[in-house]
Design a protein around this ligand. Structure first.
Ligand SMILES: [Zn+2]
Length: 149
């Protein structure tokens, strides 16, 4: 395909090409990190999870949802595309799964990803219910190695 046109990200380029132009594989995690437009809200800061966005025939859609529809199947009404890898910018279909909003909230809580406005500030992370710092859920090979010694 001729990519020399300065207008290469226009609507005439197939979606799949635009998609692959805007994500880079991360060799360690296997994540495909979205490098295109995101939902980042500078004023709200860290309480808003950042998701990739891609324009598909008009409206901007979530990049990870587009990834699911590109590589897997249509998303049934009411279902969300969730991240196994906990990286909201990841668009690798292997790292995604379908679930409900309830699953998402549960998943967030389980992984300690949910933002609690009073959490970090009031010290709950050091001595409250998140005292483990959410570390237990992460697959940390370097920690396992240390423990084995
Ligand atoms: Zn991932």
């Amino acid at each position: 395909m001729d990519r020399s046109s300065p207008n290469k990200f226009n609507q005439f380029v197939p979606l799949i090409d635009r998609f692959f132009h805007q994500c880079i594989p991360e060799p360690n995690s296997g994540c495909w990190i979205w490098t295109g437009t995101t939902t980042w809200h500078p004023r709200k800061g860290s309480d808003v999870l950042t998701y990739g966005r891609i324009r598909v025939a008009g409206p901007q859609l979530y990049a990870h949802r587009v990834a699911w529809e590109l590589f897997c199947s249509e998303i049934p009404a009411g279902l969300k595309v969730l991240h196994k890898c906990d990286n909201t910018l990841c668009v690798n279909p292997d790292h995604l799964f379908l679930g409900t909003q309830r699953d998402n909230i549960y998943d967030c809580e389980l992984k300690g990803r949910a933002y609690h406005p009073s959490g970090v500030d009031n010290g709950a992370f050091s001595h409250g219910k998140y005292a483990s710092g959410g570390e237990w859920y992460r697959d940390r090979p370097e920690k396992r190695r240390t423990r084995a010694r």
